[in-house]
Design a protein around this ligand. Structure first.
Ligand code: MLT
Length: 312
């Protein structure tokens, strides 16, 4: 009957692998979060979730691709705070960050860490700030493109310190981390998901966290706010998006699988080892993400305008 056909059609999704676009290079923090979530969602949905890394231009290349993909649930994205900063930075942006997407839900808020190449002479945050002030004209920092979390964090720090250092853009902080390990540049402000193990193994120097309180995965690092840079606070929130206009049953399944991933003990354990945790259940919803994004766009727009930063 017509009714049973409709029911069958509704329960069919997904019948083939889902492509999960990560608008940053592999091996970086967004990639790490996306792969953990994608793997768990794949188990729930009974299909493979294939990550495709599409970095460049602060993530706007990858998100443009998502906005132009078919709204059938087979192309989704995990990206972060840079989705909210893009409108203020990229004049030629080909999509509307709020209206050209279905907002599936938030995933996590990731603390950031101020780190350096292994050979930098400073050994604590006070010495580091002295080193920055003394070397401000030649100091270099790596970041994942204009508007990325690593870029925003450094913009805010430079503004607080009243210095300008030289930024080196990468397609993601995965490849940037490789160059930091090799002493190719001096500093980076990056998410704990990418820095925890390198700090613990003594492969890079960790100086401070960018949250108001200490982070359990790197307990020795003081908050920057604790005296060194009063009031400093920044973290990167990640979320899941799809092209605008998913069929309701498809959207419902993706959202349910995302929410199940955030309750998945394996995900929670791995997140904890990297200094983060899933957002509370009421934030992992389409409505909460859309509201959050709508508030973040003007908030970061003002910060970016004041900084004079430009994408293209
Ligand atoms: C960022 O700085 O925004 C991130 O590190 C991007 C990434 O996942 O590489």
């Amino acid at each position: 009957t017509f009714l049973s056909q409709a029911v069958t059609a509704q329960t069919a999704f997904p019948t083939k692998p889902i492509t999960l676009i990560v608008p940053a290079a592999s091996g970086g923090p967004t990639d790490t979060v996306a792969r953990l979530i994608g793997e768990s969602m794949g188990r729930t949905l009974g299909q493979t979730v294939l990550v495709e890394n599409l970095g460049g231009a602060g993530g706007t290349l990858g998100m443009a691709r998502v906005s132009k993909s078919a709204a059938d649930g087979y192309t989704i994205a995990v990206w972060h705070i840079a989705h909210a900063t893009a409108p203020a930075l990229y004049e030629s942006l080909k999509y509307d960050v709020v209206n050209d997407f279905d907002h599936l839900g938030r995933i996590t808020d990731v603390p950031m860490t101020l780190v350096s190449k292994p050979t930098l002479p400073a050994n604590n945050v006070t010495e580091l700030l002295e080193w920055i002030r003394a070397n401000k004209d030649k100091a270099t920092y790596g970041h994942a493109g204009v508007g990325s979390a690593s870029h925003l964090c450094m913009l805010m720090l430079m503004k607080e310190l009243g210095v300008q250092m030289n930024g080196i853009p990468y397609r993601g902080t995965g490849p940037a981390m490789n160059d930091l390990l090799g002493n190719q540049f001096d500093l980076m402000c990056d998410q704990t998901t990418n820095t925890t193990n390198q700090i613990k193994d003594g492969k890079i120097k960790g100086f401070a966290v960018t949250t108001k309180s200490r982070v359990s995965s790197v307990p020795d690092l003081p908050p920057l706010d604790a005296g060194a840079v009063k009031g400093f606070e920044v973290s990167a929130w990640h979320a899941m998006w799809a092209p605008k206009g998913l069929p309701k049953d498809v959207s419902d399944k993706l959202v349910a699988a995302l929410q199940a991933a955030l309750r998945d003990a394996k995900v929670i354990e791995r997140f904890a080892s990297l200094g983060t945790e899933p957002v509370q259940a009421d934030l992992a919803t389409p409505a909460a993400l859309k509201a959050h994004l709508a508030a973040e766009v003007p908030r970061w727009g003002a910060v970016i305008k004041a900084s004079g930063a430009k994408g293209n």
